[in-house]
Design a protein around this ligand. Structure first.
Ligand SMILES: Nc1ncnc2c1ncn2[C@@H]1O[C@H](COP(=O)(O)OP(=O)(O)OP(=O)(O)O)[C@@H](O)[C@H]1O
Length: 330
């Protein structure tokens, strides 16, 4: 169950699907096949290929993401999930750019669109706190979030008098989001002083400053302690319930199973399976491609909110991170 949280005006006006039965009904007729058509797709992707030298990191023929739901993008390390996020948000260019690559968001073509224009169209991803952002206060981070920018560009824009008459409104919105994410008393603290979980909350709150139609979260639970895991899960579900589409990459299967309405599986750059979490996780292609490496993980349990499961999630994520850091070093 999601926490009861005050919706922002814009998301509330959108009208969400808080009823699980309604969500299930909506997707019940959808083929559980890679690239299946959705009843009301907010994102449609065709022929996106990205090669790095001889490696094909992404090779997605067709993908549709349903509006108003939580869709998880899962897959083993190196499957191409982050590269795919970078491509569709304008932070990287497909090798097939100009050669058949095409994607659209809420009806608007994004093939040649810059990252800031993608964000303005309503598809917003969260960003980790860069060094520059860590040295700014929580409130300053929020004010910059309203601009749909990221990283160093945000820091530069601080020096521009861009708000004009809107400043008060923007500030009120920041305060209300900080309140919602229980960060208001940290508003004057440096963002760098926040705990791992609080940083994730700030990243999410900052992304919401621009009222996105779809929020994209890259491993929202990584490095988050059990107490805040619950809170983050609640926030993600509330966003969906209010009408925001959520697309997230996550390694932890308990989290995926607990909050996803639909799961898309990538392996070696391709979409290899799609469906509701229960079905996807018993799909042999998925077990072979991904879960085979985690056969000791309990995939049958939905007890994500128990202390034991939360500790397990934390340990799994920490182990994954340590493993990836090791791989990067070698
Ligand atoms: N800038 C780059 N230069 C060269 N190769 C890259 C680059 N970015 C990604 N790759 C390669 O592309 C493939 C896909 O990587 P990507 O990070 O997108 O996978 P992922 O599914 O997000 O993995 P993880 O779950 O470990 O984050 C990997 O083989 C990776 O080494």
């Amino acid at each position: 169950m999601s926490e009861s949280l005050a919706p922002t005006t814009t998301t509330a006006a959108r009208g969400g699907m808080a009823d699980p039965a309604e969500r299930q009904r909506l997707m019940s007729g959808v083929d559980e096949e890679p690239g299946s058509a959705k009843p009301d797709a907010i994102l449609k992707v065709d022929n996106i290929v990205r090669q790095f030298g001889g490696i094909t990191a992404v090779d997605v023929g067709h993908l549709e993401v349903q509006r108003g739901l939580i869709t998880a993008l899962i897959g083993p390390n190196g499957a191409g999930k982050t590269t795919f996020f970078n491509l569709i948000t304008g932070f990287d260019r497909p090798t097939t750019a100009g050669k058949g690559a095409h994607w659209s968001f809420d009806g608007a073509t994004l093939d040649r669109t810059s990252a800031s224009r993608v964000a303005k169209s309503g598809m917003v991803r969260t960003f980790q706190l860069t060094k520059a952002l860590s040295r700014m206060t929580v409130m300053d981070n929020m004010m910059l979030g309203a601009q749909n920018q990221e990283g160093e560009k945000l820091a530069k824009s601080l020096f521009r008098p861009f708000w004009g008459n809107q400043e008060k409104q923007v500030e009120e919105k920041a305060v209300s989001l900080l309140e919602r994410f229980k960060l208001l008393e940290k508003r004057t603290d440096y963002a760098g002083s926040l705990s791992g979980g609080q940083r994730k909350l700030l990243e999410m709150a900052r992304a919401l400053m621009s009222d996105p139609k779809m929020i994209m979260l890259d491993e929202p639970m990584a490095g988050v302690n059990p107490a805040l895991t619950q809170s983050l899960l609640g926030h993600i579900q509330s966003l969906r319930d209010e009408g925001t589409t959520v697309l997230f990459v996550e390694h932890d299967m308990h989290v995926v199973r607990h909050i996803s309405d639909w799961v898309v599986v990538m392996a070696e750059g391709r979409i290899v399976a799609e469906g509701p979490a229960d079905t996807v996780m018993s799909n042999q292609a998925v077990i072979d491609a991904y879960l085979g490496a985690h056969h000791d993980t309990d995939l049958g349990s939905d007890e994500v909110l128990s202390e034991e499961s939360l500790t397990q999630i934390e340990q799994e994520v920490a182990a994954e991170q340590a493993h990836r850091e090791e791989e990067h070093r070698s």
